[in-house]
Design a protein around this ligand. Structure first.
Ligand SMILES: [Fe+2]
Ligand SMILES: [Fe+2]
Length: 321
């Protein structure tokens, strides 16, 4: 890249940051002022059929789930939502702490500093919304698994030592959930109005966060050393498979609480079935970005395949064996 091209790219990046920062000022939401929590329509009844799993979802389609009493179907569905929200707000806690670490060493006048702080504030509002929903559901959920909580310290440190790797982690958490929420909102299904309100607020603000994480990688990855690029290429599929797994599969507590039989799970979540495809679809954008940034090589491709999260991009990677 010539010096001129580099300067043009820097300008485009700074323009994007100032657009995103402006959007955060003119289009943002407050967890309490903008959600009518006490509206009768928003009351949470655990037996509400709108909480039942969709009949074409992995677990919702099974004979086992369909043969449960209606109240149990609804309660299980709500429990799954609440479990995701708790895991989601804990993920956002890691994300916020990582962003603050990243911002800590930014120089005066950095446009990234301002945008990162807008994002931290927005994530704090999301976590307030999610926690309020969890509280109002009256259901108990454990959140992230102990191994993920343990790994969170390392992720936060990475934001300072190796920001590109941190932003791959960020996309691994934000992209799949954004995909799921957008798909649900577009489906035209009868979604509980409180849940719909929360999802709409979330996808609106996440669009900015995703845009920032992607552009940050586009901006910084080309300048990384070979060793750093290799480290991302190998670590990315492991991180993404773990993150998508947390969000796209029923958590252990749910399996235990509802005694979901192992053979039912094995069949519903086969890697070569529709659930496996849904996971691959949810990772499509981040996978295509990594291909584009030349962060998929023959070695890492084997890891992607092994986890069952690889799909050929529109244009096949030049490094494919
Ligand atoms: Fe969020
Ligand atoms: Fe976000």
């Amino acid at each position: 890249m010539t010096i001129l091209e580099r300067e043009q790219q820097d300008t485009r990046y700074e323009d994007l940051l100032s657009r995103l920062s402006h959007q955060s000022v003119v289009k943002h939401f407050d967890a309490y002022a903008d959600v009518a929590w006490d509206s009768p329509d928003f009351a949470i009844d655990p037996t509400d059929p709108r909480f039942e799993l969709f009949a074409d979802s992995a677990l919702g389609a099974t004979d086992w789930y369909q043969s449960l009493p209606q109240e149990t179907r609804a309660r299980l569905g709500l429990h799954a939502i609440v479990g995701n929200m708790k895991a989601g707000l804990q993920f956002e806690s890691i994300l916020k702490r990582g962003l603050l670490e990243y911002a800590f060493k930014l120089p005066d006048g950095s446009p990234e500093f301002r945008y990162v702080y807008h994002e931290v504030i927005e994530e704090a509002q999301h976590s307030l919304m999610f926690q309020e929903f969890v509280n109002r559901s009256g259901l108990e959920v454990p959140g992230l698994t102990w191994d993920m909580k343990l790994g969170s310290r390392r992720v936060i440190g990475m934001a300072r030592r190796f920001p590109a790797m941190f932003f791959v982690f960020v996309l691994g958490g934000e992209d799949p959930i954004d995909h799921v929420q957008r798909t649900a909102l577009r489906s035209g299904r009868d979604i509980h109005p409180l849940l719909e309100r929360i999802m709409r607020i979330h996808v609106t603000e996440e669009a900015r966060h995703l845009s920032f994480a992607r552009q940050h990688l586009r901006q910084t990855v080309p300048g990384l050393s070979r060793a750093h690029r290799l480290a991302i290429s190998v670590q990315a599929p492991v991180t993404l498979a773990t993150m998508a797994g947390v969000m796209m599969r029923p958590p252990r507590f749910l399996v235990k609480a509802y005694d979901i039989p192992k053979p039912v799970l094995a069949e519903a979540y086969r890697k070569d079935g529709p659930a496996g495809q849904a996971v691959r679809d949810s990772l499509r954008k981040v996978r295509d970005l990594l291909v584009d940034l030349d962060l998929v090589n023959p070695v890492s491709l084997r890891i992607w395949r092994r986890f069952g999260i690889w799909d050929e991009p529109a244009a096949a990677p030049t490094t494919a064996p």
